[in-house]
Ligand binder design. Structure first.
Ligand code: 5RP
Length: 252
């Protein structure tokens, strides 16, 4: 005999609102499912990548992963990886990296990225450029229609020597896009922010679309004084996005 329907239907389950950090963790844990024992791993930098590094450390401790070699993309990640027990190496000893997992500041529909608001873009680009597979992990707030169009910084690493000259040349390159070039500092009016490679960062802000990204990339890299920029074009092989409606995985 089936029970009589209750005159009071049960209330819907409470809607769980996840914090941005919880979403970052979900994306990071999903990416770590692709890690296999014996891999050489590029370890990203930032508040999202931190969850992946910690998770890899946990799995090593539990014996679920063995023989992992990590290549950290920053001094900060170097410290974190050591603290969670990941054996480390570098590109000189391991020029081919099996898999890198890292966050991003912006991701467009073609999986082009802006990275470097955390200041580690040069080592990230070197290591992620040496990877067979590069998984980008983000919460959905990082998705944009056009790279550079969010009004947030597009970082460019420059040598400290005559940085004002280089910043002005960068601004002039994108004058038609209403570019503003600002030296990154440690706090308002503080000392210049210094990267792990002892360089400075000039953040570019655009009022209008910068057009073809490959052309923009070439123009920036041709300027003497520029070391690297934060556009990662065509490098990501997988994108993992965590949002309120779940996790989406997109492959190239
Ligand atoms: C650091 C980076 C980071 O990956 C990027 O800034 C995203 O950081 P977060 O995960 O903290 O949002 O490029 O140079």
């Amino acid at each position: 005999i089936s029970p009589l329907p209750s005159p009071h239907p049960p209330p819907p389950p409470p809607q769980v609102i996840l914090t941005q950090d919880e979403l970052k963790k979900i994306a990071a844990y999903k990416a770590v499912e692709s890690v296999e024992s014996g891999m050489v791993l590029g370890l990203g930098t930032g508040s999202t990548a931190k969850h992946a590094v910690t998770r890899i450390g946990d799995l090593l401790r539990l014996g679920k992963l063995t023989n992992i070699t990590g290549i950290p993309t920053s001094r900060m990640t170097h410290e974190l990886a050591l603290s969670v027990g990941i054996p480390l190496s570098d590109l000189d000893s391991h020029p081919v990296v099996d898999l890198a997992i890292d966050g991003a500041d912006e991701v467009d529909p073609h999986m082009n990225l802006v990275k470097g608001r955390g200041g580690s873009l040069l080592r990230e680009k070197m290591i992620e450029g040496a990877c067979k597979k590069f998984i980008v992990i983000v919460d959905e707030s990082k998705l944009v229609e056009h790279i550079g169009g969010s009004g947030l910084a597009m970082p460019v690493e420059v040598v400290p020597f005559c940085w004002k000259f280089t910043a002005e040349r960068l601004r002039l390159l994108f004058e038609e896009a209403g570019c503003l070039a600002r030296l990154r500092r440690d706090g308002e009016g503080g000392e210049p922010f210094v990267t792990d490679n002892k360089n400075y960062i000039v953040d570019l802000y655009f009022e209008r679309d910068i057009g073809d990204l490959m052309v923009a990339s070439d123009r920036i890299l041709r300027l003497p004084g520029v070391v690297e920029h934060g556009m990662f074009l065509g490098m990501a092989t997988t994108l993992i996005v965590a949002g309120e409606l779940g996790v989406q995985v997109k492959n190239k």
